[in-house]
Design a protein around this ligand. Structure first.
Ligand code: MN
Length: 207
């Protein structure tokens, strides 16, 4: 792998209005995500690993294999890089609704029904203290779906879980429009979820 760069947003900065505002999207993508990419490249350079051969998912999945003096920085910036890459693709204009197919069936199995899943995810994400992410993950050890909150930029890959859908609850993700009303941001965010993308991620890992 070479240096990491922020991929272009798959839609315009104002495309998720009114749920997520243009200015937040612009700063989040151009400044925050870029800072994680730069931080990851710097962290890899510091441990002389800029020519590493694995994509960041492989590195996060085996953080213990990272030299100890670079581990925290790669956990933070590598998680931040990959979490945001997934986040942009997890949203779309005119998204929302609910998933179909096998993912819908599995959500019913593990959460009761879609509304209960949404409520549990929303409450779990709202309850994260400080900065972090709320995730729907696939646990490959037990072949099941789970809700997982993580602190700061810690990625589910570091816990051997496969991220299917992640919600950024750092204040930088919502403060300009929602200020301290994190729950309002979460409620609005469900309207832009790209369930087709989440279903594809699930089908790639579920056997
Ligand atoms: Mn963010």
């Amino acid at each position: 792998m070479g240096r990491y760069e922020v991929p272009p947003l798959p839609y315009k900065y104002d495309a998720l209005e009114p749920f997520i505002d243009e200015e937040t999207m612009r700063i989040h993508h151009m400044a925050h995500h870029k800072a994680y990419a730069d931080g990851l490249n710097d962290a890899l350079a510091k441990i002389n690993a800029l020519s590493h051969k694995n994509y960041i998912i492989g590195i996060l999945s085996d953080l213990g294999g990272v030299p100890a003096d670079g581990r925290d920085a790669i956990n933070f910036h590598g998680g931040g890089y990959e979490n945001h890459r997934m986040f942009w693709e997890s949203m779309m204009p005119a998204g929302g609704g609910s998933p179909g197919g096998r993912l819908a069936d599995e959500i019913d199995v593990y959460f009761g029904n879609f509304d209960q899943f949404k409520r549990m995810f929303s409450e779990g994400a709202a309850a994260i203290q400080g900065s972090g992410w709320g995730w729907l993950v696939y646990n490959p050890t037990y072949s099941r779906l789970e809700f997982l909150p993580t602190q700061n930029q810690t990625s589910p890959w570091t816990m051997k879980k496969v991220p299917l859908l992640g919600l950024d609850v750092w204040e930088h993700a919502y403060y300009l429009k929602y200020q301290n009303r994190r729950s309002d941001y979460i409620d609005a965010w469900w309207n832009v979820v790209n369930w087709a993308e989440v279903e594809e991620r699930f089908l790639r890992v579920a056997s």
